[in-house]
Design a protein around this ligand. Sequence first.
Ligand code: FE2
Ligand code: FE2
Length: 289
Amino acid sequence: MAKGQTNEEVVASSDAFIAPEINSYGKSFRDYNVENERQRSVEEFYRLNHINQIYDFVKRMREEYKKLNRVEMSIWECCELLNEVVDDSDPKLDEPQIEHLLQTAEAIRKDYPNEDWLHLTALIHDLGKVLMLPSFGGLPQWVVVGDTHPLGCGFDEYIVHHKYFKENLDYNNPSYNTKYGIYSQGCGLENVVMSWGHHEYMYLVAKENGTTLPQAALFIIRYHSFYPLHKAGAYEHLMNKEDQENLKWLKIINKYDLYSKSKVRVDVEKVKTYYLSLIDKYFPTKLRW
Ligand SMILES: [Fe+2]
Ligand SMILES: [Fe+2]
């Protein structure tokens, strides 16, 4: 990815914040002014994200949500609940979220039939978006979706709309604004504090509820929107050997988590039994959220 080029310009992932392409009159945005407006709304999203996601805020969010004291439900119940989330970053407003999840999972299943953990990971990777629902705190978009990045060290210039970090409190904090900040060479991403979003939340839910999914699955869930790393190699100096291995799987799954590749409609009822069996294999019946 070229410097200064935003993730949205490169690839429309399910996480990139993309303003809806259809306006309230149902017309596609074609005109220059409207395209400008769309761009502005993406910028505003990242302005809020970059100013407000500071190290202390992220630590507090993690502590708060780690309590997992909000809801008790199964993975499948959460898949269904996700349909209620109105996600402005989702350009495919006409399809329920559960279809996006299953489209991604089914596409991977076709190409990697023996990696059942990867099918399930694809299904659950976005479940953390329930954070936008009132019973999960009703968090605004800028705290839930969009690209993610580390806190506690300098903001790499490959992070989209990097210029807005100038108003971030950490930007001028000498403990946090150097290449390594509070970290060290090869310390491992597990020890790096990431911006808060559906990624971190779902990672916590899976881990704290004792999932038996492999480490690569947790890595995918946690870093699937860490675009500065997987598109530009930023922050590679913080990775350890295990991260390098896991990144290979993340790059595979990201190829499928694209709207352009998943146009085929999925019959939810037809594939449900298979995914329920995977959920049963890797998760307890009820999870704390
Ligand atoms: Fe996604
Ligand atoms: Fe996501």
